[in-house]
Design a protein around this ligand. Structure first.
Ligand SMILES: CC(C)(COP(=O)(O)OP(=O)(O)OC[C@H]1O[C@@H](n2cnc3c(N)ncnc32)[C@H](O)[C@@H]1OP(=O)(O)O)[C@@H](O)C(=O)NCCC(=O)NCCS
Length: 203
């Protein structure tokens, strides 16, 4: 599946349109001007954004998010395949609307974030930050030392959000993602999806 066949993943405030990764591009703006930009939907009060641990009866919502964004429920990173059904899943709701998902897998020392997605109509309201903060708190409660995440070289928004949340680049696996896919797919802004980028943050 090419970048242009994917579901819309972002909101373009200049055209007031939901766009897929192939239609997306980077535009540098001042942080002041960013505040003035149109938001996709009416802002939801922070107190009406809730996080919920997904149990068996919530798995349809979990699958809905990952299939919308990735068209699959298994993710290859950190040299292993993570199945979303075997992860712990945290769902985000904006009022009653399903807004996003963070999936993680924990071992003694490390919490691996496997999936992080927020639907385009709910982006830009701090939901990803809230989900990442929750993952860091869970890691802390479980005495993990590190939170790790892997993304791809093209995923500039994800690389941006993780660094703003205290993650640092830790490893680059050149060509690992293209090798896994068996081809070089175009990704965000037409950047070829090639490398696995690992980031980590001490708890
Ligand atoms: C990346 C993503 C999870 C961010 O979700 P979000 O709820 O909009 O993020 P937040 O509102 O919490 O924003 C956190 C920071 O991320 C950055 N960010 C979010 N969306 C961005 C975008 N479209 N472009 C650039 N930076 C972006 C911002 O710098 C923001 O910082 P700020 O709070 O100082 O403005 C969401 O855009 C998404 O799901 N995208 C689709 C696919 C994807 O890239 N997933 C990540 C795979 S690992």
């Amino acid at each position: 599946m090419g970048a242009s066949d994917r579901n819309p993943q972002f909101y373009c405030p200049l055209r007031d349109r939901y766009i897929n990764v192939g239609e997306a591009d980077i535009l540098v703006v001042s942080t002041e001007a960013k505040e003035d930009h149109a938001k996709p939907e009416e802002a939801i009060a922070e107190s009406n954004i809730t996080l919920k641990r997904a149990y068996e009866q919530d798995m349809d919502d979990v699958r809905e998010v990952v299939e919308y964004f990735w068209d699959e429920t298994e993710f290859y990173c950190f040299d292993q395949t993570f199945k979303v059904e075997e992860c712990t899943n945290i769902l985000a709701y904006a009022e009653d609307d399903l807004a996003g998902l963070l999936s993680y897998k924990r071992n003694d020392q490390t919490l691996h974030i496997v999936v992080l997605n927020v639907y385009p109509e709910h982006q830009g309201q701090g939901i990803a930050r809230k989900l990442i903060r929750e993952a860091i708190e869970i890691a802390d409660k479980n005495r993990c030392e590190t939170v790790k995440v892997a993304t791809t070289n093209d995923d500039i928004p994800a690389i941006c959000v993780y660094q703003k949340m205290g993650f640092r680049l830790s490893e680059i696996l050149p060509g690992a993602v293209a090798k896994h896919h068996g081809e070089e797919l175009p990704g965000f802004a037409g950047i070829p999806v090639l490398d696995e980028i690992r980031l980590e943050r001490p708890v």
